[in-house]
Design a protein around this ligand. Structure first.
Ligand code: F6P
Length: 573
């Protein structure tokens, strides 16, 4: 059972126990390769091998506009992909045949679409406005969501205003979120992305790694009297978080001495009240969420407490409003104008029909420097699956590897491979038309113009390349021509947004959440479980005692035994 498979006592399912053979998959949710559209796409893919971006654009002078869509201050240009209108038509047909719209309705209606854990998937309820009714197993969860949001707001305000004092009466100047995976990546990404909107006299830090150096570096210059720890863990059993939380407690008490200090310096975010109080945190200082929120879909739940302290309740409300904008767009816009559908379908085409194994997420915005790490968990933990909902193997590819770094830094590091390497890497370029700070001068150049010029140039270079004839025409000696040739025909999307703000960030994140949903539905996998993380956790638990204490009998394979022995020897054990 995954660590976050435990049920919160408040959320006991009222449904009948499951049949031993497991839940059935609805007849309308067909495997993609059984659809007519998949067959057409397979044929079209053969033709697409001969697609040439220069020819595609040459034949259709309006292609740039035709293969673009705009909504909510976001402009998505997907014209620089190896698609034509026929391919796009078949991709839309694929989404329809795979029942994407129907499954989206089921998700928003609180059906247990997370079948392996028998849970609803309702991160959309986290941003539902007051008064909306969303039922999970017969209970309207929207009032619960707003009750927690209200408590979070009160607490966040008291920390921001200084009304909440540490044990010795000092103001809180540092908030340290302790969490990992979904209980870390979203909050740290949002804090970094929205730093310009934060109250700067309180700094937020994020400790996630079990490596003690993480805790050491993040706290070495902090004063325990002015530090508040937010222990964030859906299950409150994750070894990294629990170990770091114990260390934080010892660090706090080493200076403050009095165990009563814990109540002023620790709050918890979890679904597991029993474990929170076992740890010694008063459940009055606990902010809850529910088992129908997956870890990687939780940054807009109480897991965002540090985000709310940083932004204030109004800023956090704006973030939620952005998520909500995209939820509505996803449910209402026709697939041809629907940003999550478009991103997802282009992704399926690149992955399953053109054989691309990775996707680079390349924000041209330094504030978004943790975005690709966040998307890595969102996409790879969700859709990195090899069996279908019914347990049979997938006969198609699922999640690509997601990676990336902000531009223009990446240009001076790994773009060489993207332009001229042997494996095509589809790119998602993400940028904002307006900077938060207009820096530079007409004489030296405006930073933002130079930044965006670079982004546009990269998309252009990837798509159209540089032919040997063009290289020769520059007077290049013949032997150098192959080295200076750019093959082109390398796919990219450009997501150009108006301006970074909490609301815009919410829209971007929800866009990718729903993209993942559309792809997971087409690939017919459960995007909401993560059984693949379990084996390593179990083995680590077995190995921990073997690294210290009496010399263990060799119990593993020859490689693992030797590594354990080497480690012990170098630690003098
Ligand atoms: O091990 C993977 C995982 O369960 C993620 O899915 C989750 O986001 C992370 O660990 C942290 O879990 P928790 O919030 O329960 O500590």
């Amino acid at each position: 059972m995954p660590t976050n498979a435990k049920k919160s006592p408040r959320q006991k399912s009222t449904r009948a126990p499951r049949a031993p053979q497991g839940p059935s998959v609805p007849a309308w949710h067909v495997p993609p390769d059984r659809t007519k559209a998949w067959k057409s796409l397979t044929k079209l893919a053969k033709r697409a091998k001969g697609f040439d971006m220069r020819a595609l654009f040459g034949r259709d002078p309006k292609r740039g506009a035709a293969l673009s869509a705009e909504a909510l201050g976001m402009h998505l240009d997907y014209s620089k992909n190896l698609v034509d209108r026929e391919v796009m038509g078949a991709l839309f047909a694929l989404a329809a045949e795979c029942g994407v719209a129907r499954r989206a309705k089921a998700m928003f209606a609180g059906e247990h679409i997370n079948t392996t854990e028998d849970r609803a998937v309702l991160h959309a309820a986290l941003r539902a406005p007051k008064g909306t009714k969303i039922k999970v197993d017969g209970r309207d969860v929207v009032p619960d969501v707003h009750e927690v949001l209200g408590r979070m707001a009160k607490f966040a305000e008291s920390v921001r205003s200084g009304a909440w004092r540490g044990h010795t009466g000092k103001r809180i100047r540092a908030v340290v979120n302790i969490g990992i995976g979904g209980s870390d990546l979203g909050p740290v990404m949002a804090y970094e992305a929205l730093k310009d909107f934060t109250q700067r006299d309180i700094s937020c830090r994020y400790v996630s790694n079990i490596d003690g150096e993480d805790f050491y570096e993040k706290t070495r210059d902090l004063d325990p009297e002015e530090t508040l720890f937010v222990v964030s863990s859906k299950t409150f059993t994750t070894i990294e978080t629990m170990t770091n939380a114990q260390t934080a407690r010892a660090w706090t008490l080493a200076k403050l001495k009095d165990p009563k200090a814990v109540a002023r310096h620790f709050v918890a975010v979890s679904t597991n009240a029993a474990e929170v109080s076992k740890f010694g945190i008063d459940t009055a200082n606990m902010f809850g969420f529910w088992d129908w929120v997956g870890g990687r879909y939780s940054m807009d739940s109480a897991i965002g407490l540090s985000t709310m302290i940083a932004l204030g309740p109004a800023g956090f409300g704006e973030l939620l409003a952005g998520f909500r904008d995209m939820d509505e767009h996803f449910l209402k816009a026709p697939p041809r104008k629907n940003l999550p559908y478009l991103l997802a379908l282009i992704g399926v085409w690149n992955r399953d029909f053109l054989g691309c194994e990775t996707v680079a997420v390349l924000p041209y915005c330094q504030y978004l420097h943790r975005l690709s790490a966040y998307f890595q968990q969102l996409e790879m933990e969700s859709n990195g699956k090899r069996v279908q909902l019914d347990g049979t193997p997938c006969r198609w590819q699922t999640s690509p590897v997601i990676w990336g770094e902000p531009g223009t830094n990446g240009q001076h590091a790994f773009y060489q491979m993207i332009h001229q390497g042997t494996s095509p890497v589809p790119c998602d370029f993400i940028a904002f038309a307006q900077p938060l700070h207009e820096i530079g001068s007409p004489a030296t150049g405006m930073h933002h113009d130079i930044l965006l010029a670079n982004l546009f140039a990269q998309g252009e270079a990837l798509a159209f390349g540089k032919t040997p004839a063009e290289v020769r025409a520059e007077g290049t000696p013949e032997w150098l021509v192959p080295h200076r040739t750019f093959p082109g025909n390398r796919p990219s999307n450009t997501l150009l947004c108006e301006k970074l703000s909490p609301r815009m960030l919410g829209r971007i994140i929800a866009l990718y959440e729903h993209k993942v949903f559309v792809q997971g539905t087409i690939w017919r996998v459960n995007s909401f479980d993560q059984w693949g993380v379990e084996l390593g956790k179990v083995l680590a638990k077995r190995i921990i005692p073997e690294l210290s204490g009496p010399k263990p009998k060799p119990a593993h394979d020859s490689s693992t035994n030797a590594l354990i022995a080497k480690y012990r020897a170098w630690r003098g054990r």
